[in-house]
Design a protein around this ligand. Structure first.
Ligand code: ATP
Ligand code: MG
Length: 213
């Protein structure tokens, strides 16, 4: 059974969601992706969903407190062990997560390090299954039947923000905001860096070593 809370850090498309699903299956973590939570609000057509849709489609960040509240509403830290994916995204969110959610809980922050240029191709070829959470890549992990999820059979979706223009903006936002997040976890002695440019199964192997250490 998993012990420490995990914070996954890395650029869009660096493999956070894909690797999180391995850890959920093998170690019993709960996966908490703020991007997935926000997209589900949009799909349900809630007030929050309507407020954030344009921001997400443009590849910009939703305001810190809105995302924090959504995260808190979906989190039960006393009883569960989480993989935080997509939060924190800037220095302020790193502080908010510590003060309002983690509150001193044992935590490892794992940074999926890779060259941003290679990510554009990864992301534009990504297709996702919103219900099962499976993530495909037309080049490296195609579905068995075109356009359908192997697990649930549902139609695969090309995320609206996974087009090249928006992806470039998401990369710029990431480049501009990640520094203080890494500094925060480094100063707490909680940061581990992984080379995320390697094939997915090699990254999984390193990740398991980090988590079991
Ligand atoms: P990935 O490619 O791994 O899914 P991503 O960072 O591009 O990574 P998501 O994490 O799914 O995509 O987030 C999608 C969008 O949701 C972001 O571009 C942003 O608009 C919004 N978002 C998600 N998490 C946050 C956050 N912590 N703070 C502000 N906005 C957020
Ligand atoms: Mg993701």
């Amino acid at each position: 059974m998993a012990r420490e809370q995990i914070v996954l850090l890395g650029a869009p498309g660096s493999g956070k969601g894909t690797q999180a699903s391995h850890l959920v299956k093998e170690f019993g973590y709960n996966h908490l992706s703020t991007g997935d939570l926000l997209r589900s609000e949009i799909a349900k057509g809630t007030e929050l969903g309507q407020k954030v849709q344009g921001i997400i489609d443009a590849g910009n960040l939703v305001d810190d407190m809105t995302v924090l509240e959504l995260l808190k509403a979906n989190c039960d830290l006393e009883n569960k062990v989480y993989i935080f994916d997509g939060f924190p995204r800037n220095g302020e969110q790193a502080k908010l997560l510590e003060e309002h959610v983690l509150k001193g809980a044992a935590t490892k922050a794992i940074y999926f390090d890779m060259d941003l240029e290679h990510l554009i191709e990864r992301i534009t070829n990504r297709r996702v299954a919103p219900k099962s959470g499976e993530i495909y890549n037309l080049l490296t992990r195609p579905p068995k039947i075109e356009g359908k999820c192997d697990v649930s059979g549902e139609d695969l979706v090309h995320r609206k923000d996974d087009n090249e223009e928006t992806v470039r903006n998401r990369m710029n936002v990431f480049r501009d905001t990640i520094g203080p997040v890494l500094d925060f976890y480094e100063s707490q002695g909680q940061l581990v860096r992984l080379d995320a440019s390697r094939p997915s199964d090699e990254v999984t192997k390193s990740l398991k070593e980090v988590i079991s250490a």
